[in-house]
Ligand binder design. Structure first.
Ligand code: FRU
Length: 521
């Protein structure tokens, strides 16, 4: 397969054809990273929701596998769709699904029933009801059996939320070692609540606690996930992080979907956010990403204790179905390695790319440095269409001779009428991505925008930016990874130029490294 169509991601996962949304079941098992995802087998817009499947040994090279859970009834009348969920390896066979010593992989997902019906389990569901169900695989995720004898295993939202049965979804299941229980985190989307359940066997679930609403409460809350990590340099301290999506209701300056997180503690029953992570009057939030295209972030199950890798859907419900790609729609973010570190006395979440991207990075990187970059533009050799940038420069306070903003223009046409600018505003202390002139912006009136994220200088007073550019996206990590900004772009194929742009004055002590990225296909 070529994977050479216009805008085709070269080192980000995208399905060969058709519509994709949320990662739904990220599981590392027996040396394989599984990526299941919301998938329409019948077209490149949302519908017939099924679980697509891809596998990888390094999180970069993916093999697309047969559809794992095909919408029930498809291609005729669909009676059950498989919405977002998660997957675990039931190594102790608590579910009893394992036979002949084979470890069952168990998926927990939302059953969305378009029509009212009586199910084989004897349970009755109403039109558009959302309930939580399970399925298992005894062949490393290739084929799946739904647990029809009892599905759905969480039939209705518990009291007092019974009325929310059409907005009850996205179970994220994991093994909680301290209490030796399975935990499942679900959302009651429209009222901004997380409901937590526990189980001994993945089949019978008890409602144990709830969380929310706190901080950002725009639109609906979706796709929660909860995981534990050590705090760097302080191995005795472990914290829990709750991540969830909002739609519409993303970070300031964006329209549509966004992702927020809370750092706190989870005792096996209740998640409690740290007091410095809850802001008064829902006026603020911890944003996982400040760009428009980072949603439904999900974390891997099955990794060594304390290790967290996350992948997000690199699209936005605002215009997801309109992006000008064919025959597929949507890609995933680069897999990100998460960690916690105390910065300015506050436990801070850091994101870094997973190391394995190096397998597609060119060995020879172009390195440049300038004591001072003068006002205006500075030419660079064309880096092409897929590459990684490491850019760092001295921070400064406002001064007549010094720049107000400094940026690198990428995916630019030779006259620079088309370009995506990635840079820093020294006055507002924000990094930014400007996609106003990035190429095709015509399909949605909110798309041509500038996005920004607060970023302070490092201890040695420098601004550090790490940028991943692919055929239709840019992902920027600022500082040590304490801020992230992800945006899709749709430039012309010939837009392969780059230059530096220092506005209103000079920028000092600039270091730039550009590393070409080859295709992972
Ligand atoms: C989030 C979401 C989920 C739902 C899925 C359906 O993007 O709306 O809440 O389960 O997509 O495809």
């Amino acid at each position: 397969l070529g994977y050479t169509e216009p805008y085709r991601p070269q080192y980000h996962f995208s399905p060969e054809e058709n519509w994709m949304n949320d990662p739904s079941g990220l599981l590392y098992h027996s040396g394989t990273y599984h990526l299941f995802f919301q998938y329409n087998p019948g077209g490149s817009e949302w519908g017939n929701m099924s679980w697509g499947h891809a596998t990888s040994r390094d999180l970069i090279h993916w093999d697309e596998r047969p559809v794992a859970l095909l919408a029930r009834g498809y291609p005729d009348t669909v009676t059950e769709m498989y919405f977002t969920g998660s997957a675990v390896a039931d190594v102790n066979n608590t579910s009893g699904f394992g036979v002949d010593g084979k470890v069952p992989l168990v998926a927990m997902y939302t059953s969305m029933y378009p029509v009212a019906q009586d199910l084989p389990s004897g349970k009755h569901v109403r039109a558009e009801q959302q309930s939580q169900s399970i399925a298992y695989s005894l062949d490393e995720g290739e084929t799946w059996t739904t647990y029809d004898a009892e599905n759905p295993v969480i039939h209705n939202p518990p009291s007092p939320y019974e009325d929310e049965f059409i907005n009850f979804r996205d179970p994220f299941v994991f093994w909680h070692d301290d209490t030796q229980k399975w935990i499942s985190v679900t959302v009651v989307a429209a009222i901004h609540k997380i409901l937590i359940f526990s189980s001994d066997n993945l089949k019978e679930w008890s409602f144990i606690s709830e969380f929310g609403p706190y901080n950002a409460v725009g639109g609906v809350w979706e796709c929660a996930n909860l995981f534990q990590m050590p705090v760097e340099g302080d191995p005795s301290t472990k914290k829990w992080v709750l991540v969830l999506g909002l739609n519409p209701g993303g970070p300031p300056g964006t329209v549509g979907s966004g992702t927020q997180y809370f750092i706190g503690d989870f005792d096996g029953t209740t998640f409690k956010a740290d007091s410095d992570n809850v802001y008064p009057d829902n006026k603020s939030a911890n944003w996982m990403d400040f760009g428009p295209d980072f949603y439904a972030a999900a974390s891997y199950n099955g990794l060594p204790d304390g290790e967290v890798i996350q992948i997000a859907w690199m699209n936005n419900w605002q215009y997801g179905a309109l992006i000008p790609t064919s025959p597929w729609r949507s890609a995933m973010s680069v897999p990100r390695h998460l960690s916690l570190k105390t910065v300015n006395e506050k436990v801070t979440l850091l994101q870094q790319p997973q190391q394995s991207w190096r397998t597609v990075a060119d060995h020879k990187a172009a390195k440049h440095s300038w004591e001072s970059v003068s006002e205006g533009t500075t030419s660079l050799d064309s880096p092409g269409k897929a590459f990684k940038i490491d850019l760092s420069f001295a921070d400064h306070d406002s001064d007549d001779s010094l720049a107000s903003t400094f940026a690198i223009a990428v995916r630019a046409s030779s006259d620079f009428k088309q370009e995506t600018l990635i840079g820093y505003n020294f006055t507002s202390k924000e990094m930014f991505v400007d996609r106003q002139h990035s190429g095709d912006v015509s399909f949605d009136k909110t798309f041509a925008s500038l996005y920004h994220a607060p970023l302070s200088a490092s201890a040695d007073k420098r601004i550090n930016l790490q940028v991943f550019v692919d055929w239709s996206s840019v992902e920027v990590l600022g500082g040590q990874g304490e801020v992230s900004l992800t945006a899709q772009i749709f430039p012309e194929e010939s837009a392969t130029e780059a230059q530096l742009v220092s506005t209103d004055g000079t920028t000092q002590d600039v270091r730039l490294q550009i590393t070409g990225m080859s295709s992972s296909h």
